[in-house]
Design a protein around this ligand. Structure first.
Ligand SMILES: Nc1ncnc2c1ncn2[C@@H]1O[C@H](COP(=O)(O)OP(=O)(O)OP(=O)(O)O)[C@@H](O)[C@H]1O
Ligand SMILES: [Mg+2]
Length: 273
């Protein structure tokens, strides 16, 4: 079934500060989109707002999932409907083991009507699937017994995000710099993992400053964000050009937005990243 995540004129503020100022973006299953843009342009803000992070207030516009109001759903419901966000800074959950977390998450997604305490996917079936996926991602099986992200290195956290993706098989995967801080072997593992997942059933939004992830997962569309707006959309060649030449020419092509970028930077904001 074709699925569409549609974002129309989205405005998002953090506290009093407007960050996103009218974002339009449609992602259909089967498509890979790259979202690029300078630091602080609002890429993570878009991902957080779509995932339902409470700090990111929607002040205007819409986002729909197959016509249903995504923004009216709580974060759990969004996840159950297949919207998955891999964080730029994955959270640590001491006390919750990777295997338990994944078994619950997978059960919730596959059986959305499930009540707490019942309907978990059978242990034997789950274990096998988990072992196979960890094997593919080159993750030591020992990780399944560790607390989620607790004491994981940067690269291990990112592989854990891809493991979640592989287990949950979401309809829409929003990957916020899943490649940052990875050594080159790990980028390859993560890239290949992602390309196995990005089939006709899945829509992918890759937020990245690097080219490696996109080499394996050629974007059908590349979007450039500047000062909280998507100012240009192109194909894979645009991503390549931005990597090679930076954002100076984008700013030259959009002087009026680039000017806003400076005024926004002058405001006192506190970065999460
Ligand atoms: N939780 C927050 N509190 C205060 N300001 C925030 C918060 N989240 C985002 N901002 C501000 O919003 C702007 C956009 O930040 P965002 O993290 O979305 O940028 P980004 O495009 O993801 O940048 P990067 O490439 O560095 O990850 C920045 O000015 C940032 O300081
Ligand atoms: Mg970011």
């Amino acid at each position: 079934m074709t699925s569409v995540l549609s974002i129309t004129d989205l405005h998002v503020s953090v506290g009093e500060t407007p960050i996103l100022q009218g974002v339009h973006l449609d992602i259909t299953s089967g498509e890979i989109h790259a979202l690029m843009g300078p630091n602080g342009s609002g890429k993570s803000t878009l991902a957080y707002a779509l995932a339902g992070h409470p700090l990111y207030q929607i002040t205007g516009g819409q986002a729909t999932l197959d016509g249903d109001d995504l923004l009216a759903m709580d974060a759990n419901e969004r996840a159950r409907r297949g919207v998955f966000l891999a964080f730029q800074y994955p959270v640590t959950i001491p006390g919750v083991k990777v295997a338990d977390f994944l078994r619950h998450a997978v059960s919730n997604i596959r059986n959305p009507e499930r009540k707490e305490g019942e309907g978990l996917i059978p242990m034997r079936e789950f274990r096998k699937e988990l072992r196979d996926q960890m094997d593919e991602l080159g993750l030591d099986p020992e990780f399944a017994r560790r607390y989620l992200n607790d004491g994981f290195s940067g690269g291990e956290k990112k592989r854990m995000e891809i493991l979640q993706l592989a287990m949950l098989k979401p309809r829409f995967a929003l990957l916020d710099e899943t490649d940052s801080g990875l050594d080159s072997d790990a980028v390859r593992v993560v890239s290949e993992g992602l390309s196995r997942l990005a089939g006709p059933e899945t829509g992918v939004l890759i937020i990245t400053h690097h080219e490696r992830l996109l080499e394996f997962n050629q974007p059908h569309f590349t979007h450039v964000m500047l000062a909280g707006r998507i100012v240009e959309t192109g194909d894979a060649a645009l991503a390549h050009d931005l990597h090679a030449n930076g954002y100076a020419t984008v700013r030259e092509r959009h002087p009026e937005v680039a000017a806003l970028e400076e005024t926004q930077d002058a405001q006192p904001t506190q970065a999460t990243s």
